[in-house]
Write a protein that binds this ligand. Structure first.
Ligand SMILES: N[C@@H](CCC(=O)N[C@@H](CS)C(=O)NCC(=O)O)C(=O)O
Length: 251
């Protein structure tokens, strides 16, 4: 949590406490903005917080539009779900995108594309269903991961690299920093964690994105956050999981 703990935080973020997951996309934007937020599910139930409060939000018990799944951001009476939608809101509040409808829509379009990439990365280890363990869908996961590594990830990464190059090489939207860059940097980290072997193969086709990631992680507030205990590590419980058998040769 950032900001003064003496005064109430403006935002309440509700997300699973033990994984970066999609909550991290929101957390990164909040941190870059220097916004005060309460990471509710990561605080103990004894403080009137924790996962039970998040579950109440998901049941619609705290008012607002009922969300289907976390991350959820509460801003006053506004209860927002869908990471891209949350980020679009934060962008307007904290100058995380260039002014004007065109830049805002372009950022949202790219963010939704990043969301698709995240979904496909997740589905490499859960291609059949999220209610089944990885071990119950391993053959399907192997088939899915091979296609992801050789076709889908290169397509998404190549697309983002091209968008970056067309915009002059420094930024993805409107020739200035936007929240999308935080998400892209995080996804690159996630892919490098989950698919270290494949990532080595993808590297040479994404020099612009790799440089973008470095610039993004060097932003002062972001760098401070990454070095803090608020930043959760990747693990085999989250979206980006390192299963060596899925990290095939990208060809
Ligand atoms: N499209 C949504 C996906 C939300 C989502 O899948 N959340 C996961 C955690 S990252 C979850 O807990 N899902 C529960 C469910 O779908 O039942 C977004 O981008 O925020």
């Amino acid at each position: 949590m950032t900001g003064s703990q003496a005064s109430p935080a403006r935002y309440a973020l509700h997300y699973w406490p033990s994984i970066p997951g999609r909550g991290e996309l929101v957390r990164l934007a909040l941190e870059e903005a220097g916004a005060s937020y309460d990471d509710v599910a990561r605080r103990p139930a004894a403080e009137g917080a924790g996962v039970p409060v998040m579950l109440r939000v998901l049941r619609g018990e705290l008012g607002g539009l009922r969300p289907l799944a976390p991350p959820v951001l509460v801003d006053g009476e506004l209860v927002l779900a869908q990471a891209a939608c949350i980020l679009d809101h934060l962008a307007t509040q904290h100058d995380l995108v260039a002014p004007g409808p065109r830049a805002r829509l372009e950022a949202l379009q790219l963010q939704l594309t990043v969301a698709d990439l995240i979904g496909e990365a997740h589905d490499t280890h859960h291609p059949i269903g999220v209610s089944l363990h990885y071990e119950e869908q391993q053959p399907e996961a192997a088939r899915r991961a091979a296609l992801f590594v050789r076709e889908r990830a290169p397509k998404f990464l190549g697309y983002l690299e091209d968008v970056l190059a067309r915009g002059g090489g420094m930024h993805l939207v409107a020739a200035r920093f936007s929240y999308v860059e935080l998400s892209v940097a995080h996804v690159l980290d996630g892919l490098a964690y989950a698919f270290p072997r494949a990532f080595e193969g993808w590297r040479e086709s994404i020099p612009g994105l790799l440089a973008l990631r470095e610039r993004t992680w060097a932003r002062p507030r972001v760098a401070a956050y990454l070095a803090s205990p608020r930043r959760l590590p990747f693990s085999e419980h989250g979206i980006f999981r390192r299963y060596p058998e899925l990290d095939v040769d990208p060809g």
